[in-house]
Design a protein around this ligand. Structure first.
Ligand code: ZN
Length: 266
């Protein structure tokens, strides 16, 4: 571990320095092809040689988050690209307003989504410092909620398991929920913190759901980290050369043809 760790704030939480010093769930997943990650791209992002553009789906998610954090006005100021030249909200963000409204008008959601918003925690796990940012934390009642925006609730094919799985599993939310639970329990010394995911779809009208998880689910998420963390850290610390996935935007951008390949390889 590094001698002096950056003290994390809302301002520096997503900074390159914070990402270099701390492990994080999305960073971890960014190394794993299973979750759409790529070691080469992730290292380029960490080294500051490649910047992932704010893609619209990500921005829609941030837009919805910032509303529930109470910072939507600032978000709009910082992202002029969400407006048309005429100054109207682009259609994707009008859709985001629909998603916000879909949750805001639901009494059960409002009851559940009460507590501290966007709370930052740091803790040691697997020999490295981790950082997490909890969307909604209700310590009094012993739970946290993570807000997710997703295209829809269709099941997704899993290459490894050879079957369709819930979108929550496909996007690595079991990993997130397991690490968040562990981290909050370590920092607060409270046992049996429960995690929920409040999900809203980008459909019109949007669908919504509140997901809960069993002890076995947390265990599966935790196992995924256990199995992969050493290799991820070896790559991050430069002990093992990062593999290119070969098809992400970063790999395509740096690709050079060096040989002909048999057509069946594609
Ligand atoms: Zn790649």
């Amino acid at each position: 571990m590094e001698a002096t760790l950056l003290k994390l704030t809302d301002e520096n939480y997503f900074s390159p320095e914070a990402n270099r010093q701390y492990m994080e769930v999305s960073q971890f997943k960014g190394f794993l092809p299973q979750y759409g990650g790529c070691e080469a791209r992730q290292m380029a992002i960490l080294n500051g040689t490649y910047q992932q553009e704010d893609s619209t789906p990500l921005l829609v998610g941030s837009y919805v988050h910032s509303h529930f954090e109470g910072t939507l006005d600032r978000f709009k100021q910082e992202h002029p690209e969400i407006f048309t030249k005429a100054g109207a909200l682009k259609s994707q963000y009008q859709q985001a307003n629909e998603m916000i409204n879909c949750l805001e008008t639901d009494e059960s959601f409002k009851q559940v989504y009460t507590g501290d918003k966007e709370k930052i925690f740091t803790f040691d796990l697997f020999g490295v410092p981790w950082k997490i940012k909890v969307d909604c934390l209700n310590l009094k009642d012993g739970y946290f909620v993570d807000l997710k925006t997703t295209r829809d609730f269709q099941k997704v094919w899993d290459e490894e398991l050879h079957r369709k799985v819930s979108f929550a599993e496909a996007w690595g939310y079991l990993v997130q929920i397991a690490i968040y639970k562990k981290g909050i329990e370590i920092v607060t010394n409270i046992k049996d913190i429960d995690g929920f995911i409040a999900a809203v779809t980008k459909q019109s009208p949007p669908d919504k759901a509140i997901l809960y998880f069993t002890p076995e689910d947390y265990e599966r998420g935790f196992q995924k980290v256990k199995e992969n963390i050493q290799h991820v850290l070896d790559v991050k610390n430069g002990k093992v050369a990062p593999q290119r996935c070969g098809h992400c935007a970063y790999c395509r951008a740096i690709k050079k043809l060096d040989r002909a390949i048999h057509y069946s390889e594609l």
